[in-house]
Design a protein around this ligand. Structure first.
Ligand code: ATP
Ligand code: MG
Length: 571
């Protein structure tokens, strides 16, 4: 491809609404353009990377035995009513009506449609196992679309769905997908980890997320420094520290803490570490129960763990009026002593001695408070967010926390959808059984964005070879010099013939601006053709990731480039 025939609208400045590197760079490099919030056009350069990721995904899915199909994006409400998700899914589901006033939605995911396909086509256990996938546009009316392709409203997803006769079969389908995902993200050149994930409310038993490690990631994960335990903090367990019998020393006493409401304020005011305070959170479940949840002062509540324990979908903090009713004081001074409601606490609270808690009196706290002696806890449970330094739940190792971008998700669904929609087969004994399902997603655009997030510098993108829009960039320094044009064109044609994806910068522009664009768009290997070096029969070569330039005899360049491209492709 010649740049004089290409559309490469690079930008010097990044648009104001772009917050993270990948979003800025994809706009600046002319890969995408915004159409509306969370809705983008993929320009030619961006589309090439997207297609590369799709191709890797396709190859690995096919290799794992999955079959590609294509389902519609516009889906009748009826199907979603059968699974009851029409009511449950909330505002991310964009609903619309056709001219006959029939209701439809733009599909955010395809469990209903695929289950409908399978119930109409598969009748016998002999047709199993079956894994069907598509690469297709999804629509989710995200509350906060941001970061470009990272969290769009319309985005491209690969979604696969497996169907098995029993749990053992479903486990083996899951394993195959897990392995395919390892291959895919490795081939994309990403540094990633598969982590245990919460199964949320899609209904299902087991789930892993594939996380690209990056500081800008929206997810927090922990991994063990000794074994291979890794989990999303939403789900991460913590090894219980050895529980020594607490030995209370002090007597309970009320202390004045005028205007000091937060843990930090109280700790500083009393000159104590935050770990000596007990945090009392008053929460209300969706069933309307109000209770107190206790944590060590320096710890954060994990709401997902709390909801699981309370068997509810969400909890909210009790409002000010009810705090006053429950404690007799404004918020900021709640404590467990004398509190008339159910009290549950994180495991760690059990071993705390002589601590500080709110006194349930305005501008006051109590010191010398001891759990068990001064108040009763109904149950001690794991309620806190895992963090760096916590003990691994599987071994004696220590957890470390990271930020991650979720690029893929594998999920055991069980029979939720097959039962709801009546997708059954006849087993060996001629009995009707519900299919056991799994679902497996990969965000295609998010994978490209995550790769850029992980591979860039101040000057631009540094594409991993496998997903670079082009593999080699040839820059003609003096495009009016016949010798330069001749040597450059010759190399260009040699590479094209060898199947290398090459972009020729034949634009009549200043070398400085060509080099700036080259840095920005991040093609992994660059060749500069200039009249000075040509006098010695040489080209200049530069690897975008390394930066150093080296001279190479013109006749050795094409074979070297072909070998280098192949070396950099992770297979
Ligand atoms: P998130 O927690 O980031 O919202 P999710 O759990 O809703 O993700 P899934 O329903 O598992 O995501 O979708 C499968 C994959 O699709 C995700 O792993 C992610 O790579 C991608 N994806 C999900 N939502 C978006 C989005 N709004 N924009 C781009 N990609 C997305
Ligand atoms: Mg989501």
């Amino acid at each position: 491809m010649r740049l004089t025939n290409y559309l490469l609208p690079t930008l010097k400045e990044s648009p104001a609404d772009a917050e993270i590197a990948s979003h800025k760079l994809m706009l600046r490099a002319g890969m995408i353009r915004k159409v509306a919030a969370g809705i983008y056009t993929y320009l030619p350069l961006g589309l090439r990377s997207v297609r590369k990721v799709e191709q890797i995904v396709r190859e690995e899915m096919d290799r794992a035995g999955a079959l590609e199909l294509l389902m519609p994006m516009v889906v009748p409400a009826e199907l979603w009513q059968e699974s009851e998700r029409w009511e449950q899914y909330g505002k991310e589901l964009l609903r619309l009506r056709d001219r006959k006033d029939t209701e439809f939605c733009l599909s955010p995911t395809h469990e209903e449609v695929i289950t409908d396909v399978v119930r109409g086509t598969v009748r016998s256990y002999r047709q199993l196992p079956l894994n069907l996938y598509q690469i297709q546009g999804k629509f989710r009316d995200e509350i906060r679309p941001r970061f470009g392709l990272m969290r769009g409203r319309e985005f491209i997803m690969k979604d696969a769905y497996s169907f098995d006769l029993d749990d053992a079969g479903a486990d083996s389908s899951y394993e195959k997908m897990y392995q395919a995902y390892q291959n895919i993200f490795k081939r994309c050149g990403l540094e990633f980890r598969a982590v245990e994930a919460d199964t949320g409310n899609i209904g299902g038993s087991s789930s892993h997320e594939f996380m690209v490690l990056a500081d800008s990631g929206e997810d927090a994960i922990v991994s063990c420094d000794c074994c291979d335990y890794a989990a999303n903090v939403e789900k991460a367990q913590i090894r219980l520290a050895r529980q020594e019998e607490p030995q209370p020393q002090g007597e309970i006493a009320q202390v004045a803490t005028p205007g000091k409401k937060t843990i930090a304020e109280v700790a500083q005011f009393l000159g104590l570490p935050e770990s000596r305070l007990i945090k009392t959170l008053l929460v209300r479940t969706d069933a309307g129960e109000q209770l107190a949840v206790l944590l060590r002062g320096d710890r954060d509540l994990n709401e997902i763990k709390l909801c699981r324990f309370l068997d509810c979908v969400e909890v909210e903090m009790v409002d000010e009026a009810n705090v006053v009713k429950m404690t007799g004081a404004p918020s900021g001074f709640a404590g467990p002593v004398g509190l008339d409601c159910r009290i549950i606490a994180d495991h760690e609270v059990r071993t705390m001695v002589d601590c500080v808690v709110g006194a349930n009196i305005k501008d006051s706290h109590c010191s010398g408070v001891n759990p068990g002696r001064d108040f009763e806890v109904e149950q001690y449970v794991d309620l806190r967010q895992a963090q760096t330094g916590d003990g691994c739940p599987r071994c004696a190792g220590t957890l470390q926390s990271w930020r991650g971008i979720e690029v893929g998700h594998v999920f055991k669904l069980g029979t939720k959808y097959s039962q709801a929609l009546g997708a059954t087969v006849l087993d060996r004994n001629g009995k009707d059984v519900a299919l056991v399902m799994g679902c497996y997603g990969i965000g295609i655009g998010r994978t490209v964005a995550a790769a850029i997030e992980q591979n860039h510098d101040d000057n631009g993108i540094i594409f991993p070879m496998a997903i670079a829009p082009f593999q080699v960039l040839i820059t003609l320094l003096n495009p009016k010099d016949q010798q330069v044009v001749k040597a450059g064109e010759e190399l260009y044609n040699q590479l094209l013939q060898a199947g290398i994806e090459v972009l020729l910068d034949d634009r009549d522009e200043r070398p400085g601006s060509k080099f700036k664009d080259a840095d920005l768009i991040g093609i992994p290997i660059r060749v500069t053709v200039g009249n000075k070096a040509l006098k010695d029969d040489q080209f200049e070569i530069q690897l975008r990731a390394v930066g150093e330039r080296q001279m190479m005899p013109t006749d050795e360049t094409a074979p070297w480039l072909i070998a280098e491209v192949n070396r950099q492709l992770v297979r």
